[in-house]
Design a protein. Structure first.
Length: 201
Protein backbone atom coordinates (compact mmCIF):
# COMPACT_ATOMS: atom_id res chain seq x y z
CA UNK A 1 0.00 0.00 0.00
CA UNK A 2 1.56 3.28 -1.13
CA UNK A 3 1.07 5.95 1.55
CA UNK A 4 3.92 8.26 0.59
CA UNK A 5 5.63 8.58 -2.78
CA UNK A 6 8.29 10.77 -4.32
CA UNK A 7 7.69 13.17 -7.19
CA UNK A 8 10.47 15.57 -8.12
CA UNK A 9 11.82 16.98 -4.83
CA UNK A 10 8.60 16.54 -2.88
CA UNK A 11 7.13 13.79 -0.72
CA UNK A 12 3.48 13.21 -1.57
CA UNK A 13 0.97 11.71 0.84
CA UNK A 14 -1.76 9.40 -0.46
CA UNK A 15 -4.34 9.07 2.34
CA UNK A 16 -7.60 8.34 0.52
CA UNK A 17 -9.08 7.34 -2.82
CA UNK A 18 -12.38 9.07 -2.05
CA UNK A 19 -13.21 12.25 -3.96
CA UNK A 20 -16.18 14.60 -4.20
CA UNK A 21 -15.47 14.99 -7.92
CA UNK A 22 -15.18 12.59 -10.82
CA UNK A 23 -13.23 14.75 -13.26
CA UNK A 24 -13.25 13.79 -16.92
CA UNK A 25 -9.51 14.51 -17.19
CA UNK A 26 -8.40 12.86 -13.92
CA UNK A 27 -5.06 11.09 -14.29
CA UNK A 28 -6.25 8.15 -12.23
CA UNK A 29 -8.65 7.13 -15.02
CA UNK A 30 -5.62 6.48 -17.23
CA UNK A 31 -2.82 5.30 -14.93
CA UNK A 32 -2.29 3.61 -11.56
CA UNK A 33 0.53 6.01 -10.71
CA UNK A 34 1.91 9.47 -11.45
CA UNK A 35 5.61 8.78 -10.93
CA UNK A 36 5.98 5.60 -12.97
CA UNK A 37 6.45 3.45 -9.88
CA UNK A 38 3.97 3.54 -7.02
CA UNK A 39 0.46 2.14 -7.35
CA UNK A 40 -1.74 4.77 -5.69
CA UNK A 41 -4.90 2.70 -5.41
CA UNK A 42 -5.34 1.91 -1.72
CA UNK A 43 -6.65 -1.42 -0.40
CA UNK A 44 -7.97 0.63 2.53
CA UNK A 45 -7.31 4.03 4.04
CA UNK A 46 -4.18 4.04 6.23
CA UNK A 47 -4.58 4.99 9.88
CA UNK A 48 -2.93 8.12 11.23
CA UNK A 49 -0.36 5.94 12.99
CA UNK A 50 0.41 4.08 9.76
CA UNK A 51 0.91 7.39 7.97
CA UNK A 52 3.35 8.54 10.67
CA UNK A 53 5.21 5.23 10.56
CA UNK A 54 5.58 5.57 6.80
CA UNK A 55 7.16 9.00 7.25
CA UNK A 56 9.69 7.48 9.64
CA UNK A 57 11.00 5.27 6.84
CA UNK A 58 11.87 8.34 4.74
CA UNK A 59 14.95 10.54 4.79
CA UNK A 60 13.05 13.80 5.18
CA UNK A 61 16.16 15.90 4.49
CA UNK A 62 15.73 14.94 0.82
CA UNK A 63 12.48 16.83 0.34
CA UNK A 64 11.57 20.47 -0.21
CA UNK A 65 7.98 19.95 0.87
CA UNK A 66 5.27 17.50 1.86
CA UNK A 67 2.20 17.49 -0.41
CA UNK A 68 -1.13 15.94 0.50
CA UNK A 69 -2.16 14.68 -2.92
CA UNK A 70 -2.82 11.12 -4.04
CA UNK A 71 -5.57 9.27 -5.85
CA UNK A 72 -8.32 11.04 -3.95
CA UNK A 73 -9.33 14.35 -2.38
CA UNK A 74 -7.17 14.69 0.77
CA UNK A 75 -9.70 16.85 2.62
CA UNK A 76 -12.08 13.89 2.66
CA UNK A 77 -9.90 13.14 5.73
CA UNK A 78 -9.37 16.73 6.80
CA UNK A 79 -9.04 16.16 10.55
CA UNK A 80 -6.51 13.36 10.02
CA UNK A 81 -4.65 15.54 7.52
CA UNK A 82 -4.32 18.32 10.12
CA UNK A 83 -3.24 15.87 12.83
CA UNK A 84 -0.50 14.45 10.62
CA UNK A 85 0.56 17.93 9.50
CA UNK A 86 0.97 19.11 13.08
CA UNK A 87 3.07 16.02 13.78
CA UNK A 88 5.23 16.74 10.72
CA UNK A 89 5.78 20.33 11.87
CA UNK A 90 6.74 19.14 15.35
CA UNK A 91 9.37 16.78 13.94
CA UNK A 92 10.61 18.70 10.89
CA UNK A 93 10.04 22.32 11.87
CA UNK A 94 10.93 23.98 8.58
CA UNK A 95 9.14 21.51 6.31
CA UNK A 96 6.65 23.20 4.00
CA UNK A 97 3.24 21.51 3.79
CA UNK A 98 0.93 21.88 0.80
CA UNK A 99 -2.56 20.59 0.14
CA UNK A 100 -3.61 19.92 -3.46
CA UNK A 101 -7.39 20.08 -3.26
CA UNK A 102 -10.61 20.67 -5.17
CA UNK A 103 -11.60 23.22 -2.54
CA UNK A 104 -14.62 21.35 -1.22
CA UNK A 105 -13.31 20.85 2.34
CA UNK A 106 -16.00 22.99 3.98
CA UNK A 107 -18.72 21.22 2.01
CA UNK A 108 -17.26 17.80 2.82
CA UNK A 109 -16.88 18.54 6.54
CA UNK A 110 -20.07 20.55 6.93
CA UNK A 111 -18.24 23.41 8.67
CA UNK A 112 -15.59 26.06 8.07
CA UNK A 113 -12.36 24.14 8.57
CA UNK A 114 -10.01 26.89 7.38
CA UNK A 115 -9.04 28.16 10.88
CA UNK A 116 -7.57 24.70 11.57
CA UNK A 117 -4.92 25.35 8.91
CA UNK A 118 -3.36 28.29 10.75
CA UNK A 119 0.32 27.72 11.45
CA UNK A 120 0.12 24.25 9.90
CA UNK A 121 -0.58 24.49 6.17
CA UNK A 122 1.77 26.65 4.12
CA UNK A 123 0.16 26.36 0.68
CA UNK A 124 -3.34 25.46 -0.47
CA UNK A 125 -3.51 24.72 -4.20
CA UNK A 126 -7.11 24.58 -5.43
CA UNK A 127 -8.08 23.14 -8.82
CA UNK A 128 -10.42 25.69 -10.40
CA UNK A 129 -10.46 24.18 -13.89
CA UNK A 130 -13.51 25.98 -15.31
CA UNK A 131 -14.75 29.55 -15.85
CA UNK A 132 -18.28 29.03 -14.49
CA UNK A 133 -20.47 26.65 -12.49
CA UNK A 134 -22.06 24.91 -15.47
CA UNK A 135 -18.72 24.20 -17.17
CA UNK A 136 -17.21 23.10 -13.85
CA UNK A 137 -19.95 20.55 -13.29
CA UNK A 138 -19.66 19.21 -16.83
CA UNK A 139 -15.90 18.81 -16.42
CA UNK A 140 -15.58 17.82 -12.76
CA UNK A 141 -18.93 16.08 -12.12
CA UNK A 142 -19.07 17.04 -8.45
CA UNK A 143 -21.45 15.34 -6.07
CA UNK A 144 -22.40 18.87 -4.96
CA UNK A 145 -23.59 19.82 -8.43
CA UNK A 146 -23.14 23.39 -9.62
CA UNK A 147 -22.91 24.60 -5.99
CA UNK A 148 -19.38 23.16 -5.93
CA UNK A 149 -18.02 26.05 -8.00
CA UNK A 150 -19.20 28.73 -5.59
CA UNK A 151 -18.18 26.52 -2.66
CA UNK A 152 -14.56 26.29 -3.73
CA UNK A 153 -14.35 30.05 -4.24
CA UNK A 154 -15.73 30.68 -0.77
CA UNK A 155 -13.23 28.18 0.65
CA UNK A 156 -10.38 30.04 -1.08
CA UNK A 157 -11.46 33.39 0.34
CA UNK A 158 -11.59 31.94 3.84
CA UNK A 159 -8.41 29.89 3.51
CA UNK A 160 -6.25 32.87 2.55
CA UNK A 161 -6.74 34.22 6.08
CA UNK A 162 -5.07 31.16 7.61
CA UNK A 163 -2.85 29.36 5.09
CA UNK A 164 0.46 30.85 4.01
CA UNK A 165 -0.58 30.97 0.33
CA UNK A 166 -3.69 30.05 -1.63
CA UNK A 167 -3.40 29.33 -5.35
CA UNK A 168 -6.09 28.62 -7.93
CA UNK A 169 -4.84 26.36 -10.72
CA UNK A 170 -6.13 25.26 -14.10
CA UNK A 171 -4.83 22.56 -16.42
CA UNK A 172 -3.66 23.63 -19.85
CA UNK A 173 -5.10 21.79 -22.89
CA UNK A 174 -8.42 21.30 -21.07
CA UNK A 175 -9.89 24.73 -21.88
CA UNK A 176 -9.49 27.55 -24.42
CA UNK A 177 -7.29 30.56 -23.66
CA UNK A 178 -10.25 32.85 -23.06
CA UNK A 179 -11.55 30.54 -20.33
CA UNK A 180 -8.12 30.49 -18.73
CA UNK A 181 -8.21 34.29 -18.64
CA UNK A 182 -11.66 34.20 -17.04
CA UNK A 183 -10.27 31.86 -14.38
CA UNK A 184 -7.40 34.27 -13.81
CA UNK A 185 -9.93 37.04 -13.11
CA UNK A 186 -11.84 34.79 -10.71
CA UNK A 187 -8.60 34.24 -8.79
CA UNK A 188 -8.01 38.01 -8.69
CA UNK A 189 -11.54 38.59 -7.40
CA UNK A 190 -10.98 36.02 -4.65
CA UNK A 191 -7.65 37.62 -3.77
CA UNK A 192 -5.59 34.49 -4.41
CA UNK A 193 -2.76 33.52 -6.75
CA UNK A 194 -3.24 31.85 -10.14
CA UNK A 195 -1.24 29.16 -11.92
CA UNK A 196 -1.63 27.22 -15.17
CA UNK A 197 -0.31 23.71 -14.65
CA UNK A 198 0.77 21.18 -17.25
CA UNK A 199 -1.61 18.46 -18.34
CA UNK A 200 -0.22 15.00 -17.52
CA UNK A 201 -0.72 12.60 -20.40
Amino acid sequence: MTITYEYHNSLYVNITNRCSNSCTFCVRTKHDNVNGEDDLWLDREPTVDEIKQDFKTRDMSKYDQVVFCGYGEPTERFDDLIEVSKWIKSNWHNMQIRINTNGHANMICGRDVTPDMKGVIDVVSISLNAPNAKAYQELCRSRYGEDAFEGLQEFAKLAKEYAGRVVFSVVDKTMPDEDIETCRKIAENCGVEFRVREYIE
